[in-house]
Design a protein around this ligand. Sequence first.
Ligand SMILES: [Zn+2]
Length: 298
Amino acid sequence: MFSLRTFLSHNAVAFLACALIPSFVFAQEPMSREIWKAGDMSVTTIQDVSNEMAASIFKGPASEKEKERYFTDGKAKAGVNVFLLRAGGKVVLFDTGNGARSQGKTLEQLGGLGVKPEDVDFVLLTHLHTDHIGGLLREGQRVFPKAKLMISKPELESWMALAEKDPSNGNAALVKTTVAAYGADILPPFSFGDTLQPGVVALDAIGHTPGHTMFQLTADGKSLLIIGDLIHATPLQFALPDEYAVYDMDPPQAVSTRKRVLELAAQKKIPIAGMHLPFVGAGMVEKDGKGWKFERMK
Ligand SMILES: [Zn+2]
């Protein structure tokens, strides 16, 4: 017979296990889904981890009261996503998530999709924060033995300079170790406007970091924008795009880039895919009053 007491005692172990997991990361079933197809291109979202963004990390002109309605108990559902592009026999990853050290599930999910680490030909990086490059190394070794890495010039240069200037900066140190591990497979850094793969163009999305990049994929007259970290909290930053995350290194620039890109996506009806949009990590943007709204892909 069911009683609250037996329920609690049976679930005490599970309860304790949950309490040991950092509150921002949840144990989860691996999740991946194809989100876009055009010509010979196919893009799949891989959720590295699911997480939540706390209201307290967002700053800007809105009052606490105004912000409140975009959060539940002070949190917004998010995630860390990686995007897998298969096109013309090539395997391309956009970012790599946290990596195994932070319970990232990217490798496991790639395996489930029939992609082995040695199958990855290119990794295109939106920027070099740890939750985007963490998956490149495991215990200091390359995870993707054949992959070539593509990074924007201002992004690579600024992090390498910081690693020299401030060796105590953990993120910059990870960039330096990663660059050393991939050696000659770090391709000469690209400039905004460059075509990196057939149908894949790198575009300026600076502000979050000095060389933050978005990628426009185009085939058969259809496009997809992979926007990196232009959005951390959905729907807050669609409705109130002036709100920025404390992770944004140049807040005014991050805000103006966000508005420019949301305007572009809404006007041209280009779907967006984002590294911290809640799973499935992609959808459409529509103008809504002074801001925008996000229609998550079902
Ligand atoms: Zn990020």
